[in-house]
Design a protein around this ligand. Structure first.
Ligand SMILES: *[C@@H]1O[C@H](CO)[C@@H](O)[C@H](O)[C@H]1NC(C)=O
Ligand SMILES: *[C@@H]1O[C@H](CO)[C@@H](O)[C@H](O)[C@H]1NC(C)=O
Ligand SMILES: *[C@@H]1O[C@H](CO)[C@@H](O)[C@H](O)[C@H]1NC(C)=O
Ligand SMILES: [Zn+2]
Length: 492
């Protein structure tokens, strides 16, 4: 809900009260961003996760508590200077409650469940013979219909190797060939198995799956090749239901509503951990920048902050926001900065942009270089909340410090906590974000106009229609947040 606008007389009082010692400047914002305050925010987010089952994920109480934490500042403390709007939306919540694979000798096997894994019959699960499928590490195993020809999967559990195509593609084909479920063995040895998502859009189209270590899969494959029967039990218990969640949009009362500079970070974590680097860092940077900005006046452009919901489920909150903007509203957003993972313990300083980013990357780079950082540049992947803005042709830039080892070995894990932060890098990045914002809050020099030549997006109807396409992008994004982040890096 939008807070009531103060009476005109009050507005006059506020604007005449503006003195030069109150003027927003890049130096003042930079000086206001302090490591101790950023630490304080992350301490609070970590505390919230610890008190709420270890995470701040979509559909979980830790997300609601994170939302309340941001609102306590934006709405309660700063309501005189900041208008806050909580935007609700719905998405499919999913959680695997139990997963178990029992091998032919009755042994329990190490197993990982993807997001949106369908349940098996309960309480016993499915006990069936395994059927082998051919391995093709080049094109992917079980990725194409012809790879299933001659595989008699009916009434069996299919043994399939992971890799190349989406896990959901393999599961669709398994289902089409009569399999009761899939035992998917990892491509890499060991039990450090990355958890994929099958995508909310595939609900109802897939068979249950368990991801097991390569070593176990290969030993069962060997037995099958030798003509032996391998009978296993797969049990998946899962909950899947629509839950409401929220974006927070907070903007300065100060500034021209037709010229908006926007900063975004996602407020949700994955279910596996507290999400302190991903994306407590972006969340905290925006909170501290807002805390600084609301002290000042005299800036001609409006400053808008977004804390997105359900990013980890496929950029859902930011795609909801961007797809519901009218043409006129989209035109008013002159620039979008995305801050997702800006305090990785072994940081790179990667700036993602495209040929419509204008001066944004340069503003960030200039400051980072003065702080002795090596800056790399890449294109946008599909891994974070800039996607909807780029689709609308809004000039955008994203800064991030790397996901996965060596940058952040705790990426999407329980250890993404207060020990998983490079405080100096984080502080420098937050200051860079503050300075870039200060610049654009005064001048749009070097900012290109919104690129409306994109074929899908000339009209509001076009935007809404393209939500389908975005859903496909979101699906790709959820297949590997890691992969997308890595893609960005490799393009450097
Ligand atoms: C979310 O779903 C609930 C229950 O179906 C519905 O009442 C509500 O209007 C939905 N909210 C949005 C924003 O679509
Ligand atoms: C920008 O990139 C797009 C897509 O990659 C391309 O179609 C367009 O021609 C480019 N524009 C300029 C000015 O380089
Ligand atoms: C920056 O990169 C150069 C070349 O790769 C390297 O020699 C230098 O040590 C790096 N500096 C920092 C601060 O990482
Ligand atoms: Zn993230």
């Amino acid at each position: 809900m939008k807070l009531p606008v103060p009476a005109a007389a009050t507005l006059v009082f506020w604007s005449t009260a503006v003195a030069t010692d109150n003027l927003l400047t890049a130096d003042r914002l930079e000086a206001d961003i302090r490591t101790e305050e950023l630490q304080n925010v992350l301490w609070n987010l970590n505390h919230i996760a610890r008190n709420n089952g270890g995470n701040r994920a979509f559909g979980e109480p830790g997300f609601k508590a994170s939302l309340d934490f941001v609102l306590e500042r934006a709405q309660t403390r700063f309501h005189r200077e900041i208008d806050t709007f909580v935007q609700p939306f719905n998405h499919t919540y999913d959680k695997t409650l139990k997963i178990k694979v029992t091998g032919p000798a009755g042994e329990d096997v190490f197993v990982v469940s993807p997001m949106y894994n369908p349940a098996t019959p309960l309480p016993g699960g499915v006990t069936a013979k395994l059927v082998d499928t051919p391995v093709d590490d080049e094109k992917g195993s079980g990725c194409f219909a012809e790879q299933w020809e001659g595989v008699d999967a009916t009434g069996k559990l299919a043994l399939v190797k992971r890799g190349v195509c989406a896990v959901s593609d393999k599961l669709k084909l398994a289902k089409a060939h009569g399999a009761l479920g899939v035992i998917l063995y990892n491509q890499e040895p060991g039990t450090a198995i990355a958890m994929p998502t099958l995508g909310a859009e595939n609900i109802g189209q897939l068979v249950p799956v368990a991801i097991i270590p390569l070593e176990v899969g290969e030993s069962w494959k060997t037995s099958l090749k030798a003509g032996k029967d391998v009978t296993v039990t797969l049990l998946v218990d899962a909950v899947s239901e629509t839950r409401e969640t929220w974006n927070i949009i907070a903007e300065t009362k100060e500034g021209d509503p037709d010229k908006v500079i926007m900063l975004g970070a996602h407020l949700d974590s994955v279910q596996q951990g507290p999400g302190i680097n991903d994306d407590g860092t972006g969340t905290a940077a925006l909170l501290e920048i807002m805390t600084s900005v609301q002290k000042y006046a005299g800036f001609p452009h409006k400053i808008r902050f977004a804390w997105w919901g359900a990013e980890e489920s496929g950029l859902v909150g930011s795609l909801y926001y961007t797809s519901h903007l009218s043409e006129a509203e989209a035109d008013k957003i002159k620039y979008y900065f995305n801050y997702d993972m800006i305090g990785s313990p072994q940081p790179e300083f990667d700036i993602a942009s495209n040929n419509n980013s204008g001066i944004g990357p340069q503003l960030l780079e200039e400051y980072l270089v003065t702080q002795g950082k090596n800056v790399s540049h890449g294109g946008f992947g599909t891994g974070s909340d800039f996607v909807g803005f780029i689709e609308l042709g809004i000039p955008s830039t994203a800064l991030h410090t790397g996901a996965g080892a060596p940058y952040d070995a705790c990426y999407h894990q329980a250890c993404d906590d207060l020990d998983n932060i490079h405080w100096e890098a984080f502080t420098v990045n937050a200051k860079a974000a503050a300075r870039a914002l200060a610049k654009l809050a005064f001048s749009l020099e070097g900012v290109p106009p919104r690129q409306k030549t994109s074929p899908n997006l000339r009209t509001r109807r076009g935007v809404v229609q393209s939500f389908q396409k975005w859903a496909a992008v979101a699906k790709e994004a959820t297949h590997g947040h890691t992969c997308s982040h890595k893609t960005q890096k490799l393009r450097v």
